[in-house]
Design a protein around this ligand. Structure first.
Ligand SMILES: Cc1cc2nc3c(=O)[nH]c(=O)nc-3n(C[C@H](O)[C@H](O)[C@H](O)COP(=O)(O)OP(=O)(O)OC[C@H]3O[C@@H](n4cnc5c(N)ncnc54)[C@H](O)[C@@H]3O)c2cc1C
Length: 460
């Protein structure tokens, strides 16, 4: 049995005791959930207003998805941009994409303002493609990026791959042709299936360490306006005409506004005293998936990178569509007595969590998922150590997907006392940061422009 052992949680070196809520209390804003979404929401709420803020975390700060991810800073939606254009129109879809990319600048602002030390590595990241349909999909996205005034992704295609001749002429100025070996070199692979690569800005950080440092800054900076409680699961939320009440352990917390930053898995009931019941299907339909990762340590020889691999087919594992993808990051990492090494993390395999089924962080790592990751590295990554590497870390985390795959950010349409910053997907770091800022705009009460992130309910 291999325990769930995340490198990000290990780096926290936590000494702070868990301090649960021990009294009835109240605040202007109560944030539920202490992952990166909750902590950044607290940052912007405190910085951009004079409101009092309480953050309630059921377990410990940053021990949810924030402490069990791949830590890649990346700005894509897990739905193709062209699909968002078809659903929302060009202007709103591009605005959504720009919003996520604005997370980079907001991240810089937070780090500078709070003087955070958490290392953030930036570099060009790559995605490897094997098939014509994958290439066409990204070219189509690129065309919309160009039409919307966004920087295009750099797409290069092997000139030895004859199928490139089937690419429609309309995409001609959106890619370049290069020698196949150059693509393989960028993707760090000897797998000849990869015939194209796209590149764009990426980065990586330990989002748990970032959240933990940021909460320390908030406590020190906003004494008297901010408090947080760990080991304090919210049991019920009652929404009134104005404000709401939360039941936490044996205590009551009154709030003017309540922001859910629970990643969608809140396990509490919500009642609305002022009208229609809150559509709890909205919450239940956030289907969960467990994402599995493994990481090994190697000498600090290569620079930091993030590469995603979309294989041709995955017949070895019964996925003939090849839609599953794997991702790899490499970054410097303190390992055993502060010697710097590279940490290579790989992930991709997921298991669907049936609606209503429980997920436990305490579950051990799944042996079959580890084998999938190991096979992936073996066949795709040319720096793979050869012999099965000794994995220093193996971990899993819960991914929350909204029905439309887009994070929900903003007030509940049937009672705006409640706001959401949740239900992301495998790409949640930059969306959470942008969302924290957007929530602060709603809290200030000004007019906030319409976006693809707005919660909706046709009854309200
Ligand atoms: C395997 C994996 C790989 C990923 N890789 C990446 C990546 O490379 N890049 C990227 O951008 N994103 C990635 N993500 C997604 C990213 O980690 C998340 O989107 C992000 O951390 C979500 O933050 P959050 O604060 O919304 O959720 P969480 O970190 O899960 O925080 C939610 C918190 O709410 C608390 N909570 C829940 N219910 C209650 C309650 N009733 N009362 C009080 N508190 C409650 C939980 O205990 C938890 O701490 C990955 C996720 C996983 C699982």
């Amino acid at each position: 049995m291999i325990p769930n052992h995340s490198p990000w949680i290990q780096q926290l070196n936590r000494t702070r005791p868990v301090v649960p809520l021990d009294k009835n209390t109240s605040a202007d804003v109560v944030i539920v959930g202490g992952g990166i979404a909750g902590v950044v929401t607290a940052f912007f709420a405190l910085r951009n207003s004079d409101k009092t803020v309480i953050l309630l975390e059921a377990d410990k700060i940053a021990h949810g998805a924030t402490g069990h991810n791949a830590g890649q800073i990346t700005s894509y939606f897990e739905r193709p941009l062209y699909e968002l254009v078809e659903e929302f129109g060009l202007e709103l879809a591009i605005d959504g994409q720009k919003s996520i990319e604005s997370g980079w600048t907001l991240l810089d602002e937070i780090v500078a303002e709070a003087g955070l030390q958490t290392p953030i590595h930036r570099f060009t990241g790559y995605t490897g493609l094997c098939r014509l349909d994958q290439v066409l999909l990204h070219l189509k996205n690129n065309r919309y990026r160009m039409a919307g005034g966004l920087q295009t992704e750099t797409i290069i295609i092997s000139e030895e791959w004859q199928e490139y001749k089937n690419i429609p002429a309309e995409y001609k100025n959106l890619y370049g042709l290069v020698a196949h070996k150059d693509i393989l070199k960028l993707l760090e692979t000897n797998n000849q299936d990869y015939i194209a690569s796209l590149s764009y800005q990426k980065g990586c950080m330990n989002s748990a360490l970032f959240s933990e440092e940021l909460i320390g800054y908030l406590v020190a900076t906003y004494e008297g306006r901010f408090s947080f409680y760990e080991g304090s699961p919210v049991k019920t939320v009652r929404l009134k005409e104005s404000g709401g009440v939360l039941e936490v352990l044996t205590h009551i917390v009154e709030a003017k506004k309540i922001v859910l930053c629970t990643n969608g898995f809140e396990s509490f009931s919500i009642t609305n005293d002022t009208g229609v019941e809150i559509d709890t299907k909205f919450h239940h339909s956030i289907a969960g998936r467990i994402g599995y990762m493994s990481g090994y340590v190697e000498p600090l020889n290569d620079s930091s990178v993030a590469i995603s691999y979309f294989p041709k087919t995955d017949e070895r594992h019964g996925d003939p569509t090849g839609e599953n993808y794997f991702y790899l990051t490499r970054r410097p990492h303190e390992h055993e007595h502060k010697n710097y090494h590279n940490l290579v993390c790989a992930g991709g395999p997921e298991k669907v969590l049936p609606n209503g089924a429980g997920y436990s962080r305490e579950h051990s790592c799944s042996e079959d998922m580890r084998t999938l990751i190991d096979d992936f590295l073996h066949y795709n990554h040319n720096k793979y150590p050869g012999e099965k590497p000794e994995y220093a870390f193996c971990w899993h985390g819960l991914l929350g997907y909204t029905p439309n795959g887009i994070r929900r950010i903003g007030p509940e349409p049937c009672n705006p006392t409640l706001l959401y910053n949740l239900g992301c997907n495998g790409v949640g770091i930059l969306p959470s940061i942008f969302a924290g800022k957007r929530i602060s705009e709603f809290l200030q009460g000004g007019k906030v422009s319409v976006s693809i992130f707005d919660p909706y309910d046709q009854r309200c």
